[in-house]
Write a protein that binds this ligand. Structure first.
Ligand code: ADP
Ligand code: MG
Length: 625
């Protein structure tokens, strides 16, 4: 065969192979174009999962009639003009590839009226063959119609799945877009029936994602358990919602990451999130989050993936660290009885007990409201831990909970028992601690406590275990990682790449407690190891650390291995089931829970406490109906 230039249609069809995988990718590209054109409302009409028809209509600025042919030609775009523009690109599109690619594998029509023009115009393209521009009435904005996707590419058509599946992919894309752009209204119909409406929320975009939309997109249960994160530093900002550890998933299906408004997958950020959750998540479960990372567009390359699903950061290591720290700090605040202070001022700094999602949420929240509203509406109980403790100390003397006389409490108990007086003891007493005061122990396993608004049940062993674990961790953090020299230095056979990493990262390894030198092209000499871990398999640990350093530029494995050991120690030290506790002991446990980081979950990520509001309990007895 001689070398020949391919015809344009074929070039576009080849490009389509990368950009247009299925109907959902067409929807994505077209809605992104509408958003780039400044649309406030986008209508998406689908037939047969998008295979028969995708029609996207927007009220954006439109395309001039004489530019219609340009819009559908390859490498034609209005979004960048130079390499400099490309490096700082802020629009979703920039390659000028989508329309020609889609038009080459479908029966395509582009109809538009540019802002300020009197008439609209339409251009039709059939399997890549371009027709003539014709006048056609159209309101300001653009309508793109894509019929019979892949009608001329049978090989691709064969890979399409059932209508339901393709529709599911489209819906997932739209959910992703809707999360990023709550200011825009999206209306979806399928086979002539309206299926979904994402109501535009005005110019709220600066305020970020509203709780209403997050509830719509990810469900009320997520909304109720979401913690708001907003942190800036080093020219980076990370904001959004992360689920409390007690709300977790079997798969990574609720993990949304946006970089400068673009939905992307990023292994390094995902890894950082996973690490932040590692100490609080039940084994094998996945966290849920919607996170927006913002940074100077020049610090991120968006031109690395054909469908723009991935980006490349100029300083990936810094970003990994930033994400990890931000979320780790937010999760540290998941204390029992209080809502994390990772919340911004938006919620008045006030927390409200959320506890275990399964047990508290559904019955106690009015169905029309997402949990975030609830936090705001019921702020009175929202006491900061120190204040609470100070108040407690004032009530019962300086010895914290342990000195609380049982008699000082029982008065409250009788008031509670009075059936005709639902007004609660201490209800206007500002000093009532979030987890209340212990009233009894149940079956030697649970502590029952009364609060201003109902009943708290605490898993005594799980809670005590976490408290012990956090104490051990801070004690060890304070002392630093000690190193223990090996009596006989060990020689380790490694790959050349591992040896190079060890050499390059010598200082990092020393900080982690390893003293390692390169002995040859494929061997290392290990002279000292982290003291606390000296009895474990330190060689395997070192190999894992080297792999982390190579892939992510850092490793928290030593810390994780240490934590595992401390967790085991904490477990052995924690109160066992069937140990009878006195009321002062139980109160002391509650006070410690309120003051301990991450005490909302045990060391294995299970919840340590649950809450039953009085109105929930009333409902059991059909009271107030
Ligand atoms: P890109 O988005 O990368 O620029 P596309 O092939 O998706 O490439 O679109 C080509 C051009 O057509 C865009 O740069 C834009 O000027 C114009 N265009 C496409 N869709 C719309 C729309 N819905 N509204 C206004 N202009 C549009
Ligand atoms: Mg585009």
């Amino acid at each position: 065969m001689t070398i020949r230039q391919l015809p344009d249609i074929l070039i576009n069809q080849i490009a389509a192979g990368e950009v247009v995988e299925r109907p959902a990718s067409v929807v994505k590209e077209l809605v992104e174009n509408a958003l780039d054109a400044g649309a406030r409302r986008v209508d998406i009409d689908l037939e047969e999962g998008g295979v028969r028809l995708i029609r996207i209509r927007d009220d954006g600025k439109g395309i001039a009639a004489d530019e219609l042919p340009l819009a559908v030609s390859r490498h034609a775009t209005s979004k960048i003009a130079s390499l400099d523009d490309l490096e700082g690109v802020t629009t979703l599109g920039f390659r000028g590839e989508a329309l020609p690619s889609i038009a080459s594998v479908s029966r395509f029509s582009l109809c538009s009226r540019r802002v300020g023009e009197e008439r609209g115009a339409v251009l039709e393209i059939d399997g890549g063959r371009i027709g003539e521009i014709a006048p056609k009435p159209h309101p300001q904005g653009t309508t793109v119609e894509v019929r019979d996707l892949f009608f001329n590419v049978p090989a691709r058509r064969k890979f399409l799945k059932a209508e339901r599946t393709e529709l599911g992919h489209i819906e997932e894309w739209l959910r992703q877009l809707a999360l990023a752009r709550p200011d825009v209204e999206l209306r979806v119909s399928h086979n002539g029936k309206p299926t979904r409406r994402w109501k535009g929320e005005g110019d709220q975009i600066d305020l970020g994602l509203s709780d209403v939309r997050i509830g719509e997109a990810l469900g009320e249960e997520f909304a109720r358990n979401a913690l708001r994160v907003d942190h800036s530093g080093a020219g980076l900002r990370l904001h959004g919602w992360i689920a409390q550890p007690s709300y977790n998933r079997a798969s990574a299906d609720q993990q949304y990451l946006y970089v400068n408004g673009r939905a992307v997958r990023d292994r390094s950020v995902a890894h950082a999130v996973k690490q932040a959750y590692s100490d609080v998540l039940f084994h094998g479960r996945q966290p849920a989050y919607v996170l927006f990372l913002e940074l100077d567009p020049r610090r991120v390359d968006v031109n690395v993936h054909p469908a723009k699903h991935e980006v490349r950061f100029r300083d990936a290591r810094l970003i990994h660290d930033f994400v990890y720290r931000t979320l780790n700090d937010a999760l540290a605040e998941t204390r029992a009885g209080s809502l994390p202070s990772a919340q911004t001022g938006e919620f008045g700094g006030g927390g409200y007990p959320v506890g275990s999602s399964e047990l508290t949420g559904a019955a106690s929240a009015p169905p029309s409201q997402a949990g975030m509203y609830q936090y705001r509406a019921t702020a009175p109980l929202a006491l900061r831990v120190q204040e609470t403790q100070a108040g407690y100390a004032a009530l019962y003397g300086n010895n914290g909970g342990s000195g609380a006389p049982a008699s000082g409490y029982s008065g409250g108990g009788s008031a509670y028992a009075a059936p005709s007086a639902p007004a609660l003891p201490h209800s206007d007493d500002e000093t009532l601690p979030p987890l209340g005061y212990a009233i009894a122990q149940l079956h030697g396993i649970y502590v029952l406590a009364e609060t201003a608004e109902g009943l708290i049940v605490v898993d005594m062993h799980a809670a005590h275990e976490r408290i012990g674990y956090e104490k051990l961790k801070s004690a060890h953090d304070g002392a630093g990682l000690r190193t223990q020299p090996l009596l006989v230095p060990a020689t380790l056979a490694v790959s050349e790449r591992e040896a190079e990493v060890a050499e390059r990262e010598e200082a990092t390894l020393i900080a982690l407690g390893f003293e390692v030198t390169r002995a040859g092209s494929q061997s290392l000499t290990l002279r000292a190891v982290p003291a606390l871990l000296a009895h474990g398999d330190v060689e395997a640990l070192l190999r894992d650390v080297l792999a982390d350093l190579r892939e992510h530029g850092e490793s928290r494995r030593v810390g994780a291995a240490r934590d595992e050991l401390l967790a085991t120690m904490a477990c052995h030290g924690a109160v066992r089931a069937n140990r009878r506790l006195t009321l002062p002991e139980m109160n002391a446990l509650l006070r410690e829970m309120e003051a301990t980081e991450r005490s909302g979950q045990c060391n294995h990520g299970r919840p340590t406490w649950a809450r039953f509001t009085l109105s929930e309990i009333d409902r059991w007895f059909l009271r107030g109906r």
